[in-house]
Write a new protein. Structure first.
Lengths: 311, 244
């Protein structure tokens, strides 16, 4: 006869220290995720992804896959709960963030009434670059939507609602701002004419293809299971050869796409958007680069986070 | 994460905060003391200048001109404080400090200096007076703190005077920006119109209006933050008795 020692878990509010829930007869090999599900039963409005459980009210949140018996607790565990607020799954997050710019740009392209002066409503720009810009911008976001649905596999599950609202405000606002100028009746086409447009269009397409290739490569890496963790490496696809020089070529290509788009349209707001994106992506790339270096002893020295040899 | 990990997290945190308290080295501390003393002196010069000009003229009107140069010099000098945070010798947020200093510099140069017609407005005196008193207290507060010899009076003043000075300064600032609006619109100051080859436009008049609107969410947040700080700093004697 084997005796399983059951655990008891009491969950307190991390701020008021009031007891919210007492769970008894908890299996020792339960995960934090299991406990969150049990807690959810008593408090239906706090679904698991909204819960942060910690052993110390000011400490870090426990991971969902942490096992109860491996935690530094006696057979009665005290955990502190914090409400993370409404959460949205990653897929929904990206759909919201990307549908906005896609549709908003089109409103400006078709010169929907009340945006520009009345006489320009529903008119078209005489410049081919303006239609080209619409095609590129739309392609960029459609590609992102397709990747979100079919390619990316997301970790961590969710994002808090407040962050989503803030991100959407940023993406949607900027899309509106740059679309306003490109599709404006007083838009001035690029100074160097067709050469400028065509070359930057070529670079744009190459960067979009590059970015997509990297996403596919990263996706395949994930698919190979969690047993052997490998860092991303160049494959037969020439676009992935950027991995020789950078840790996050997807960001490199993304910056390249936006820079070429700003040259193609010769529009300062687009350049500003590219610049701000570059700053954010550099921060992310540096973080990722550090993680790779820490995790893999044989990580190639030649690689920089985002710009070959430079940054 | 096992028990030792939790323990180490705690000590790691206190280590980190201890490291922060050790903070600036001797050289940095000496520099900061000099900086704060100079700034205190500078704003005292402005204060004295205002008082003398008032006594000489017998009215509050047009006192800006008597302290225009030191005001510009010392308020612009505050930009160094952003550098102090960035380098790490001052444990404040670069973003927060940057925001505060830039808003002051903006008002000094991009509004008051740029739009001559508002310089004789009384609202200018309102915010200059508020800034002067605030900065004298603030910089002497930092000076004494660095020397580990902070008189309670200064600490009290720093966390109490703002209750009146902050709204006073904000009122002066808003009235001044508002006064500048018609002139900016008439002259098209700092504005860029379409068409141009960079496909960019900027309407300074609209920008100033948006700036005024931004005070609505920002001012209460900062004000209540200071009130909370006041409770924490000045109310600490009571807090010790509250701790179990």
């Amino acid at each position: 006869m084997s005796r399983t020692i059951f655990f008891e878990v009491e969950i307190l509010d991390s701020r008021t220290k009031q007891q919210l829930c007492f769970l008894d007869k908890v299996e020792p090999h339960s995960t934090i995720g299991d406990i969150k599900s049990l807690f959810h039963k008593s408090y239906p409005k706090w679904y698991p992804s909204r819960q942060a459980l910690k052993l110390d009210p000011k400490g870090k949140a426990l991971r969902d896959d942490d096992i109860l018996q491996s935690l530094p607790v006696g057979t009665t565990a005290t955990m502190y709960f914090r409400d993370l607020g409404p959460q949205l799954g990653w897929t929904m997050v990206f759909l919201a963030e990307y549908m906005g710019p896609l549709l908003i740009y089109l409103l400006f392209y078709f010169r929907v009434p009340y945006i520009y002066t009345h006489k320009y409503a529903f008119t078209a720009s005489p410049y081919p670059v303006v239609s080209l810009a619409c095609a590129c911008h739309s392609f960029h976001y459609i590609k992102r939507l397709i990747e979100t649905i079919f390619v990316h596999r997301f970790s961590h599950g969710t994002m808090p609602l407040r962050t989503i609202v803030r991100n959407c405000a940023y993406y949607w606002g900027f899309a509106a701002w740059l679309a306003y100028y490109i599709n404006h009746p007083l838009y001035t086409p690029p100074s160097y004419g067709e050469i400028q447009v065509n070359y930057s269009l070529l670079v744009f397409i190459l960067c979009e293809a590059g970015n997509f290739s990297i996403h596919l490569t990263l996706n395949n890496l994930r698919g190979e299971g969690h047993k052997t963790r490998k860092f991303p490496s160049p494959t037969k696809n020439p676009f992935t050869w950027l991995f020789f020089f950078v840790s996050c070529p997807n960001y490199t290509y993304e910056v390249g796409a936006w820079v070429s788009f700003s040259i193609m349209t010769q529009c300062v707001p687009v350049a500003l958007f590219a610049f701000l994106g570059f700053i954010q992506m550099t921060i992310w790339a540096k973080g990722k680069h550090r993680t790779y270096n820490r995790e893999f002893k044989d990580y190639p020295n030649l690689r920089m986070p985002i710009l070959p040899f430079i940054l | 994460m096992s028990a030792p990990a939790m323990g180490t997290t705690r000590t790691a945190q206190s280590d980190a905060s201890q490291k922060k308290k050790k903070g600036p080295g001797a050289l940095a501390t000496a520099y900061l003391v000099i900086y704060n003393v100079v700034m205190t002196a500078g704003w005292l010069v402005i204060a004295v200048g205002l008082v003398r000009a008032y006594l000489a003229r017998g009215s509050y009107h047009g006192l800006y001109y008597s302290i225009e140069k030191p005001l510009k010099f010392f308020q612009t000098g505050a930009l160094l404080e952003i550098l102090h945070c960035a380098v790490g010798i001052v444990p404040s947020s670069v973003v927060l400090t940057g925001f505060q200093v830039m808003s002051r510099v903006f008002l000094t140069w991009a509004v008051t200096h740029s739009v001559r017609e508002v310089q004789s407005e009384d609202s200018v005196l309102l915010f200059v007076a508020a800034w002067t008193v605030t900065e004298i207290i603030r910089y002497s507060f930092y000076t004494f703190s660095l020397l580990n010899h902070l008189p309670y009076l200064i600490k009290w003043a720093r966390y109490t005077f703002f209750i009146v000075l902050y709204p006073m300064g904000v009122t002066g600032e808003l009235l001044t920006i508002y006064a500048a609006l018609p002139y900016v619109q008439k002259t098209g100051l700092y504005s860029v119109t379409l068409p141009n080859k960079y496909n960019f436009s900027f309407d300074y008049h609209t920008f100033l209006i948006l700036t005024m609107i931004s005070y609505i969410p920002l001012f209460p947040q900062l004000y209540f933050h200071m009130l909370r700080q006041r409770k924490k700093v000045l109310g600490h004697v009571e807090e010790y008795t509250k701790v179990e």
